[in-house]
Write a protein that binds this ligand. Sequence first.
Ligand SMILES: [Mn+2]
Length: 424
Amino acid sequence: MQIEGHTLSRHNERHFASHRKRWEALKSDIRNAEDIVKKLIEFQIAIPSWALGTGGTRFGRFSGGGEPRTLEEKIEDVGLLHQLNKSSGAISLHIPWDIPKDPKAIRILAAQHGLRFDAMNSNTFQDQKDQKHSYKFGSLQHVNKGVRDQAVEHNLEVIDYGKQLGSNSITVWLSDGSCFPGQLNFRKAFQHTLEGLQRIYNGLPDDWKIFVEYKAFEPNFYSMTVGDWGQSLLYVQKLGPKAFTLVDLGHHLPNANIEQIVSLLLMEGKLGGFHFNDSKYGDDDLTVGSINPYQLFLIFNELIEGMDARHMSHATDMGWMIDASHNVKDPLEDLIQSIEAIKIAYAQALVIDSDALVKAQQQNDVVLAQEVLQAAFRMDVRPLVAEARLRAGGVYQPLEFFRESKVREQLIATRGKKAIATGL
Ligand SMILES: [Mn+2]
């Protein structure tokens, strides 16, 4: 569904006077407000095709109704989000959950919604119907060459779909590993995986990137063959200049210092992709910023510092994506919250007085360094984020608008109460 322009304007007009007041007050407090607004407008976060239905990753699913039933409807949902927040102008497809039957038509439909195709995602962590070999004991690491070949073929096929859609990257996340000591020869598993990744790498078009995503545990609980950033970095360094590590916030052991990981990967020129979510225990896939917004802010501080040091564009030199899924929230409301949390953390990191921070670091003034960071973190930058959204043509308050215009009710009326999105 498309939201009619006049309903957007009515909402924005209602809030205009109070927003103006808050924005003018904040603007006078920030040195580089106009520059930040520009960066916020440019910063787009891809929505994965599996985040539009409830459930998604584990256990039972409890549909809220009106879920997209087809790839076309998923694109419509992301288009709707983008219309509201002007920050989710990309969609990331998972193959084989979302195989485009007519890639050309799908590409046109996405463009009509102002969307491009972000990184493609392959899947060798599940067996598909009619699949010759099973991935029960891994894919690229497998002791049987037939299984490894099949996994490589699948990834090459995903690249091919991506080419037709205008994507220019593939994310490989492997569930490979072992559940018990002795099950696996670590060295052979690594070497087989490297060999498979090399074959996939060789199938990349010139302007493509491959992201190697790591995860500490689950579904394997003794070892993961790409278990941490060190292992991922080993692979991507061996693969070549088109290979990068992908950091998923939920894929670390508890208390890992993710901001430090981000900083060092950027220093090496090997951070290429980023998956946003939040967690309290493990790979909880909770709404971005719902548990630990300070950590998200500290990560953004390192992202900006590291990207600026390498003269990278915040908007285009990294694959930004949300990777989360829920049973107890409306998926679109959840995504609205996640996007807002990302934009707030990004804006807060942009208002850090970096000169003062560098000076404090040089003088070992630990107290002042903390003051500088927290002065930015405690600033209410929501008017800044809203100003950027309004200038880009979005709505002042996406969540409020979503509810007052009864979007979910309309989706249920069209798609039905029992519609369930494809995926896990
Ligand atoms: Mn991920």
